[in-house]
Design a protein around this ligand. Sequence first.
Ligand code: ADP
Ligand code: ZN
Length: 830
Amino acid sequence: MNNHLGTAASTTLKPSSSCYVEVAVPLHVSKTFIYRFSSEEATPQIGVRILVPLGRKLVTGYVVAFYEALPPHFASSESELKDAGNVIDSVPVCTSQILDLTRWVSDYYASPWGEVIKAALPPGISPAIHEFVSLTEEGRTQEHTDEVSLTAKILNHLSTTSQPTRRDSLSHFASMTQVSRTLHEMENEGLIERTQTQSNSFVKTKQMRFVRLLPESLTRDNKLTSAQERVIASLKRQVQKVPLQVVLKEAQVSAATVITMEKKGIVSINTEVVRRDPFYDAQSQAPSNYTLTAAQSSVLTEIESAIQNGTYSAFLLHGVTGSGKTEIYIRAMRTALSQGKSAMMLVPEIALTPVFSRRLREHFGENVAIFHSSLKRGERFDEWSRVKAGEARVVIGTRSAVFAPVKDLGLIVVDEEHESSYRQQDSPYYNGRDTAIVRAQKESAVVVLGSATPSLESFHNSKNGKYRYLSLPERIGGRPMADAAIVDMRNVFARHGKQGVFSDELLEAIKETQDRKEQSIILLNRRGYSSFVLCRSCGETVQCKNCDVTLTYHRSERVMICHYCNYREAVPSVCRHCGKDYIHYVGEGTEQLEELLKKAFPTLRVARIDKDTTSNRRRFEKILQDFSDGDLDALVGTQMLAKGHDFPNVTLVGVVSVDAGLALADFRASERTFQLITQVAGRAGRGDRPGRVLIQTYHPNHYALRHACAQDYEAFYEEEIRYRQNHSYPPFIALASFLVHGPDLSKVRNDALELRKHLDLANQDRTSRILGPAPAPLARLKGEHRFQLLIKSRSRRRLREVADAALRAAAESRTNLRSINLEIDPVSLM
Ligand code: ADP
Ligand code: ZN
């Protein structure tokens, strides 16, 4: 990759000198491009957007370097270079810090730099570009000497209209390069003129027209029409300027009326930039101001002194739910601000916690900017602009907020650092948490990773000294954690002789809770979509011999497959463990749970939260509101219900089918289940009454469940880290996955096998271990077949060398690289 930033990065060029710009484009390409740049008026700065020709298209790219002489490492000869087009921005959209950070992301995750930059900017800010061509007078009178040359074809085509013609419409005559060359010649001969326009449908500042009553107008003797009088009445009702739209509506007049009044000097109309504020309807309350507990104080002191030091330092804040972590975050952010620095807080999912963003607003007022994909594009743009201008110094947002252009970064908080949503699931792949750590390093800031259930990697890092460990072991006010108990579904099965969704224990608990006028949450843990085979009698699942993950059942072939190494096995007819008949697991849906509950308890007021309901945000919020108001007795939902909500009247949480999560074909299955149960236990009993958690399982002795019920993170960590070490999983090795995908099964399979060969060739020293190809757990997605290969290596450097060499070889043997995704540090293998 040609990632050389030019020297003197911020100086502008001397006019009229011809130079070269290096441009990253937001496309699936692993390199940057170089263009000739010659312009009298515009001077490109690093970090501006620029139009450049790429193949047959004009695309918006980002200037990442410029050179006065063609650098030697650009092998392509000068004559093949194309000219860059217009520079879009007068001020760089990308600060040098963001360029640097995105380049790191691009290098580390093998993601296209231009795509990373694009992801770092608010969406929708780039205009679509159209180039137009029209004949000059000379071109119009030009004799058509022949009918076959490209010049003649173009002249002919253009002469059919007097309007400028879209350049795209010439593309069917010849290749883009030929058309370009010919148009260039024709322009030089004065036959045509070229213009470019930008479509207006992109995000920019919002402007509004305001009307003011001019004071002197009232004393003057103006004869007013009744419409004009209504306008004045409307304006007088307000103290200050009034938006034109409001005046028109209130006074029931047309814009012409007000414009006439402006001409007469009665009112003034001004256009002003207004801010689209995502919090405009927030009711402000006084921020809470607690006296910190002793534990909170000592944690805060450590973080504060690190912030005051002004050097990089990383903390893991391990605090049970309700231990007052959020209070620490807020105070640490305040400290950063008081040092004249900025603070940033990353959260896994803002939509679920609008309450929290409001809380920050209460503390920091206009200083808070919110970055989140559910905001309207205009709002996102405005929030980003305020941060870039230094008007907002506190940023809260989901993973891409890590790229917010804040100045003088002092602190980054990553809340719920273990959440897999910090990982971007499609290109450009990156992990927001890990990027936050690198950013803090680069900008000498403090980073705090907070969680009640730290990821194995982070806890490991705190043990080996990479992070400083801070803990808040107790809940505020000494409130007990909910009591968690396991319901052994094998007994339930034995009792009834058939499988049931709900155990008697859970049904009874729901009933009792309703009778006490308290509330229940019923969780269905169903991550992933694959099914597996489980013995209903003893709870055993079938594991891969090589990888120690659960085999996934493929109904169509009636075979069980390991999605890491492709080990296969026929579905056994009896359980190897207990000798009884196997029964295939079929996952129940939330809808079914809701129906079953309604049938069992006709008076139970129950609603459901899942993908269907959350896609409609209003409906989703209404359900949460009803539940919060006590208009519902129970909520049924998927794991998203486990996060962040604070319902004081919930005293029971039931987890149905925890096994689906435990048996998932993923080496992180146990970790995720442990986190889920712990989090759920934090949901129950937030109020004064103690809470209770019931977990239904066929694996009552699984260590993740046992330790989760005992709220014993350390014990879980010890067992889990041993498993990772014994079976060579992160953090003991570096992991990369290749996903080969495409519509044609045999082609995908062949490409994957081919890739395996390239990988083996690159790995002749056997420093890495290569697994697969195997069908991905989601073997078909969106009409595409998917195969997976894994590389495990003790050396991260070797891992990348092997992966890069294989990709180069694949490209040379004409495999389309678009059909191969390389993921470094994948979070889930799906
Ligand atoms: P966490 O983020 O660890 O889940 P929170 O910061 O949300 O915990 O704190 C849990 C509850 O305790 C919140 O309602 C919060 O307002 C309250 N709280 C936090 N710190 C204190 C304190 N020092 N004194 C009293 N209440 C507090
Ligand atoms: Zn395997």
